[in-house]
Design a protein around this ligand. Sequence first.
Ligand code: GLY
Length: 328
Amino acid sequence: MKRRNFIQKAGLSAASLAATPLLANDRVEKKSQKTFSTKNIPIVICTWNCPNATAKAWEVLEADGLALDAVEQGVMMEESDIKNQSVGKGGRPDREGNVTLDACIMDHTGNAGSVVYLQNIEHPVSVARKVMEDTPHVILAGKGAEQFAYEKGFKKVDLLTEKSKNEWIEWKKESKYKPIINIENHDTIGMLAIDKQGRISGACTTSGMAYKMAGRVGDSPIIGSGLFIDDEVGGATATGMGELVLKTVGSFLIVELMRQGYSPQEACEEAIRRIVAKNTNYKDFQIGYLAINKAGEVGCYCLHQGFSYSKYTKEGQVEIKSDSYLNS
Ligand code: GLY
């Protein structure tokens, strides 16, 4: 529709249009002047119990480093940990036996980078950061992402460990395609950090659903679903069955609810309620949300019991159990 026709159809006058940008600018102006308490800052939080990841991120934050460096280096710990079979090296493969990784990163300026369906690279989060910093794009996929990683100096790595390979061979005997809730109490790693300067960043990384269809991509590398950051408000990240998060754009929803005045806890609970309202089969899946506002207040909520998060602040490291929608 041509702009003039649209204006006529919408019944907008030239005067009202002229006024709109002024109001919007005014709103931005007010928000940018907002100040936040710094008593809880710096802080890093991470889905699941990942003390090594949060400790690494804390090292960066304590040394007055960037939140962006903290979240990248933090989640890299899990990507390299072959005991964590839902992220990076050692991740469970798809049904064809290929380990395919998804990751994204987002900084306090609203910049973001992502890789999907990436193979043979141990640190997808770092490739996502290169996409963000060295290309005009947000997402690179598959072979293109892998080629880009080699051009940036990343080494080819065999991601399939003996353990994950043997479990996949066992799985193939029945090939049941059903997600297992809280699989080994580990799923996607989503990390959010605020540094000493008050800058917020986040990262999210996963090998996705075990034995997924070849080519399947979940929520984790999708900005707004697996992760969203807005330096005016806060950030959110997700873990669990990505399809449910994708369909409700969960992390963006949580940040927007916080913008409207919800606490991080209230926003996470509302995002879970949206999933319950829209999916009659919600009991078959686990979803966990983790959120933080710019004052360093944290919220966390999940569908089933069993989800927790790690937090590192001046007071040290703690694991905190999440409240859940379902209590059994
Ligand atoms: N949350 C990870 C996935 O669904 O791929």
